[in-house]
Design a protein. Structure first.
Length: 455
C-alpha cells in the first residue's frame, strides 16, 4: 500500500486509529472461520464522516475495504481476502438514542448486542434477536449477515427489526434509509438489500432497531430424550399444536457431554438428545402453555425434565446452550460451525444424513439446532487444518440433498468464502446475474469486501 495513502488514512482517522505493524495486522487477518488473509492496514473510524472520507480515498487510490465488527462471523465474511484496509468498528459503539415511548433505538455498528440488552432491560424493553455469540457480536455484523439466533422461531431475525440504516456507499456518499414508523412501503426496500449483503454493497455506520416490551414472565424447560427421532417429533408437534415458544433448541449427545463437562448445568450425558425450551409472555398464558408443553413432551418420551426455578437457573441453562461452541473446542483443536436450514418436518431425516456422512468421511460431529425454524448447526471437530477436507466432503454431499428438500445453504451465518462454491445449487443463473449487476452498480470499482460471495 502506498505510503501517501497510509499518511492520508492517518490524517483522516488520527494516528491512534491506524494500525500497520505486523503483530497488529495478524489480529485482523481472520475471523470465526478458518481462512486467513493479512490486511495492509487497520483503521478504527469514529464517525460516518470519517468512513466517508476513507471510502473516497479507497476509490481514488484503488485499495480494498473490508468492514469488521467483532470478527465473530463463521463464514469468512470479515476476512480481508485481498488485503487492503480493515474498517474495524469497535470505536463506533455508542447508543445514540433509546426512545421508550416509540420503542426504537439508534445505535452505531460496533454496539455489542448483549451490551444493548443491558441498557434496555431497566427500561422494560428488549431487542429480541438473541445470538449465541451475543456477548461479542455487534449490530453492524448482525445486519450484514441478517443474523437470526435462538428466538427466531417467535421473534424473527435481524431484518424484522430494522427501521433505519445509514450506509456509506462506494463513492463515499452517505445514504440514510428508513423511517421511525412500523409501516413503510414507499419505493424499493433498499434496507433489505443491504441487510445480508455481507458488506459488499456499502458500509453501515448507524442502525435504527425496533424494540419490544420485555416479557413479564419466562419459563425455561429442559427435557431429555432417548432418541434424536423422538426429540424431532416433539418439535414438530409443538409447532403444529399452536404453541409458540420463544425458543426450542435441540442438542445432541456429543454436545450434551461437552457442555455438561464445561458448565455443570445438570444435563444427563446419557441422553441422545435434549430440548431446551423457553416460553414467555403474561404469567397466566405462560403457565397454561407450560402445562400443555409438558404433556406434549411426555407423549414423546421425554425424561429428566426440569423447569428452571429462578431467573438465575434459567440463565445457567441458557449459558450451557451458548457455551456449546467453546465446549466443543475443548474436544479437538479445530471446530467448524456450519449452518443449514431445512423444513422443520425434515429435521430428523437431515440429521440422520449428517451422521451418516460424518461417519463415512471420518469426522467427529456435534449438533445443535434452532429446531423451531429448522436451522441446523453441525460442528465438525478436527485435529488439524489439513483435515478440513473431510468436513468439505461432508458438505459436498450434504448440500445438494438439503436444497433438494427445499432447504437453504445458510439460515444465518452467511455465505462469505465458506459456501461460495455452493451458490449454484440454490440460486439460478439469472438470480446470480442480477446480484452481480447490483454489485457492479453499487460498487463499480469492486473495492468493498472483494472475494466474498459475489464478485
Amino acid at each position: 500500500m502506498e505510503k501517501s495513502a497510509l499518511a492520508e488514512l492517518e490524517r483522516i482517522a488520527g494516528k491512534n486509529n491506524l494500525k500497520t505493524s505486523l503483530e497488529e495486522l495478524v489480529c485482523y487477518s481472520y475471523d470465526g472461520y478458518l481462512k486467513e488473509s493479512l490486511p495492509d492496514a487497520v483503521v478504527f473510524p469514529e464517525s460516518a464522516e470519517q468512513v466517508s472520507a476513507i471510502v473516497k480515498l479507497a476509490g481514488r487510490e484503488g485499495f480494498f475495504l473490508t468492514s469488521r465488527g467483532s470478527g465473530s462471523n463463521l463464514c469468512g465474511a470479515s476476512v480481508p481476502k485481498k488485503g487492503g484496509v480493515v474498517l474495524a468498528f469497535s470505536k463506533m459503539n455508542r447508543t445514540v438514542k433509546i426512545d421508550k415511548e416509540e420503542r426504537f433505538a439508534v445505535i452505531e455498528p460496533g454496539k455489542v448486542l448483549d451490551d444493548l440488552e443491558l441498557e434496555l432491560s431497566p427500561l422494560g424493553l428488549s431487542y429480541p434477536v438473541d445470538l449465541g455469540s451475543g456477548k461479542i457480536a455487534t449490530i453492524g455484523g448482525s445486519v450484514a449477515l441478517n443474523s437470526g439466533g435462538m428466538k427466531a422461531v417467535k421473534y424473527g431475525v435481524t431484518r424484522d427489526y430494522l427501521l433505519g440504516l445509514t450506509v456509506v456507499l462506494a463513492d463515499g456518499s452517505i445514504l440514510e434509509l428508513g423511517t421511525k414508523t412500523k409501516k413503510n412501503v414507499v419505493g424499493y426496500d433498499l434496507m433489505s438489500l443491504f441487510c445480508g449483503s455481507e458488506g459488499t454493497l456499502g458500509v453501515i455506520t448507524q442502525v435504527v432497531v425496533k424494540l419490544v416490551v420485555k416479557p413479564k414472565v419466562r419459563k425455561v424447560i429442559v427435557a431429555h430424550f432417548k432418541s434424536m427421532e423422538s426429540a424431532c417429533r416433539a418439535v414438530n408437534e409443538v409447532l403444529a399444536s399452536g404453541l409458540i415458544p420463544a425458543a426450542i433448541e435441540i442438542i445432541d449427545k456429543l454436545v450434551i457431554g461437552a457442555v455438561e463437562d464445561y458448565v455443570k448445568a445438570g444435563l444427563d450425558k446419557a441422553a441422545e438428545a435434549l430440548l431446551l425450551i423457553e416460553l414467555d409472555g403474561k404469567e397466566s398464558v405462560v403457565e397454561e402453555d407450560g402445562r400443555d408443553m409438558n404433556a406434549l413432551l411426555d407423549r414423546h418420551g421425554a425424561y429428566g425434565k426440569k423447569e428452571a426455578a429462578s431467573a438465575a437457573e434459567s440463565d445457567k441453562l441458557w449459558l450451557a446452550r451458548k457455551s456449546a461452541f467453546p465446549s466443543m473446542t475443548r474436544l479437538k483443536n479445530i471446530c467448524i460451525a456450519e449452518d443449514i436450514t431445512v423444513p422443520v418436518s425434515r429435521l430428523y431425516e437431515v440429521i440422520t444424513r449428517l451422521n451418516e456422512l460424518s461417519a463415512k468421511h471420518g469426522v467427529l460431529m456435534g449438533l445443535i439446532s434452532h429446531s423451531g425454524d429448522g436451522n441446523l448447526h453441525p460442528h465438525f471437530l478436527l485435529d488439524t487444518k489439513e483435515e478440513e477436507v473431510k468436513a468439505d466432503r461432508v458438505l459436498d454431499e450434504l448440500t445438494p440433498f438439503v436444497v433438494s428438500l427445499g432447504g437453504t445453504l445458510s439460515g444465518e451465518h452467511g455465505i462469505g468464502v465458506s459456501k461460495k462454491k455452493f451458490l449454484g445449487y440454490q440460486l439460478k443463473e439469472n438470480e446470480l446475474r442480477i446480484m452481480r449487476e447490483l454489485k457492479k452498480l453499487y460498487d463499480p470499482k469492486g473495492i468493498l469486501n472483494p472475494g466474498s460471495f459475489i464478485d
